[in-house]
Ligand binder design. Structure first.
Ligand SMILES: Cc1cc2nc3c(=O)[nH]c(=O)nc-3n(C[C@H](O)[C@H](O)[C@H](O)COP(=O)(O)O)c2cc1C
Length: 486
């Protein structure tokens, strides 16, 4: 990129934003104008493009400036723009921010959510910005990356000057002051960081209440590590591979299934082979079921009995806040499973695919009213949720009912500091076992599912990912045959 010939005051030279192919991706142009992208052993068709647009496609290796088209753009430029959008939609691009003055790379943006598109909102001289309390810099391999669980993309910081600027942004800074600094990167990079909520706008008069200035009450309630843990241990808001990938196989030996015994004195315990109680019987029969009998789906009566036994509210009460006489009254419920602080922050959402007596669709289980409330969702998203569950279980078809366990995060983080998210996951474990036991009791099949897509759930429900979102899933239905222990 040639340096600008116009004389500008230091620091105001605009940066260039380029879209370029993720290095893992190769483009292939076919004779009939169709283009395909190849990556990680997969191929994606991108559609048909003009010969001129296809000719410009190799430029995406080094980068094409954004916005690539103006209102007067010719047909080639519009074709290139369409190609860029097709690649962006599939997460196959990264975006490079170059200093116009010397063409030096300041940062490279890696999308983390499927619909990320770089936006550069206007930042006026009088405005004040500060680094988000959720943003962090870390080493990844031999690179420095700037991330935030709130961000739709991460920023690879290529120039140490930018890292120094980020340090300055720990304190609120007026744009007019930043512009006077030698290391001012130009408005584009700051705008891109603002778009990703890595930096936030604040009212300069409210610099003392930064936590509150960042978002609504639901966001105030989150601790940094809890939101990061949530976004990085689920699908939907990160581009890292996740799940059973055996990343250390071949380098580190697997640990044994049973812990090697301690060397001290051993006291042998009595073994009870006979089933001593109905609970023993249930525990022995419980197993995971992944294949469901579509000819004989679960019935609404069975589903009602399942939810009643495992999750219905048994009683309600309220009490004053402990240790504080003037505190608010807090409402509580009692349910069949235990829950940290009696908060019962977990909600059940049912994707009903095949249930006799109940229309297929997405429902919330109102545990107090013992009723299902229908939620209108996009059919494609509903199918994607069910297909995701089938994929996670390596099953030929989706379960009859897929239960998403969602947490109302604020219900528990209002009380607990630092341990809120850990408690939620422990509650998920307790509830999951209760669901397994009740399914076994009703001679139904069930299977816990370890992955959930928090972005998909947010789109389906319209709920922000930090307000209420999935923390577990459970597949339910009638199994194909008698259980292995019968
Ligand atoms: C937290 C948790 C997550 C699980 N995730 C999955 C999953 O994603 N896919 C799957 O097929 N099974 C999953 N399972 C089921 C386990 O594979 C299963 O419990 C285990 O193999 C023991 O078998 P059993 O349940 O039949 O006794 C999960 C179980 C738990 C408790």
């Amino acid at each position: 990129m040639p340096a600008s010939t116009k004389r500008r005051p230091q620091g105001t030279a605009p940066a260039t934003l380029l879209a370029r192919l993720n290095p893992r991706v190769a483009l292939e142009a076919q004779a009939d104008g169709n283009m395909a992208a190849h990556f990680d052993g997969y191929s994606e068709r991108l559609g048909q493009f003009s010969a001129e647009a296809a000719e410009r496609a190799p430029e995406l290796r080094t980068g094409i400036a954004l916005p690539s088209t103006s209102p007067e753009a010719d047909i080639t430029e519009r074709g290139v723009e369409r190609l860029i959008r097709q690649l962006a939609r599939r997460g196959l691009l990264e975006y490079c921010v170059r200093r116009a003055r010397d063409g030096r790379e300041m940062a490279v943006i890696e999308p983390q959510i499927p619909d990320y598109w770089p936006q550069t909102p206007k930042l006026g001289d009088a405005e004040t910005i500060v680094l988000s309390r959720f943003a962090y810099l870390r080493r990844r391999g031999t690179e420095m990356v700037l991330e935030s669980p709130r961000a739709g993309a991460l920023f690879r910081i290529c120039d140490p000057v930018i890292a120094a600027l980020l340090t300055t942004l720990a304190t609120p800074q007026k744009i007019s002051r930043l512009r006077r600094r030698d290391d001012y990167p130009g408005p584009a990079l700051l705008a891109l960081l603002l778009d990703c909520q890595i930096v936030i706008r604040i009212d300069a008069a409210r610099r003392d209440v930064l936590r509150r200035a960042e978002g609504d009450d639901s966001l105030v309630l989150w601790d940094f590590h809890d939101l990061l843990f949530h976004a990085r241990s689920t699908e939907g808001r990160q581009a890292n591979p996740l799940g059973g990938l055996y990343p250390h196989a071949g380098m580190i030996a697997p640990l044994p299934a049973v812990r090697p015994a301690w060397s001290g004195k051993v006291i042998k315990l009595q073994q009870l082979d006979d089933v001593a109680s109905p609970l023993d019987d249930l525990l022995r029969k419980r197993h995971s079921t992944r294949d469901f009998n579509d000819q004989k789906p679960v019935t609404l009566a069975e589903l009602s009995a399942f939810l009643d036994g495992a999750a219905r509210v048994r009683s309600n009460w309220s009490s004053k806040l402990e240790f504080a006489d003037d505190g608010p009254d807090v409402e509580y419920t009692s349910r069949p499973y235990p829950a940290a602080g009696s908060a019962y922050e977990l909600e059940l959402y049912l994707a009903v695919a095949n249930c006799e007596g109940l229309e297929a669709g997405f429902y919330h289980y109102d545990a107090d009213a013992h009723a299902l409330s229908a939620i209108d969702v996009h059919p494609q998203q509903f199918d994607a949720m069910l297909q995701g569950a089938a994929f996670a279980m390596d099953a030929p078809s989706p379960p009859h009912v897929l239960i998403t366990i969602a947490a109302r995060f604020g219900r528990i983080s209002w009380k607990y500091s630092a341990i809120a998210y850990a408690l939620i996951l422990k509650d998920v474990g307790v509830l999951t076992q209760t669901l397994y036991m009740k399914a076994t009791d009703l001679e139904l099949g069930g299977c816990a599912i370890g992955t959930t897509n928090i972005d998909l759930f947010a789109k389906m429900t319209g709920l922000d990912f930090h307000v209420e979102g999935p923390v577990g899933q459970f597949a339910l239905g009638r199994g194909m045959g008698p259980s292995p222990s019968e």
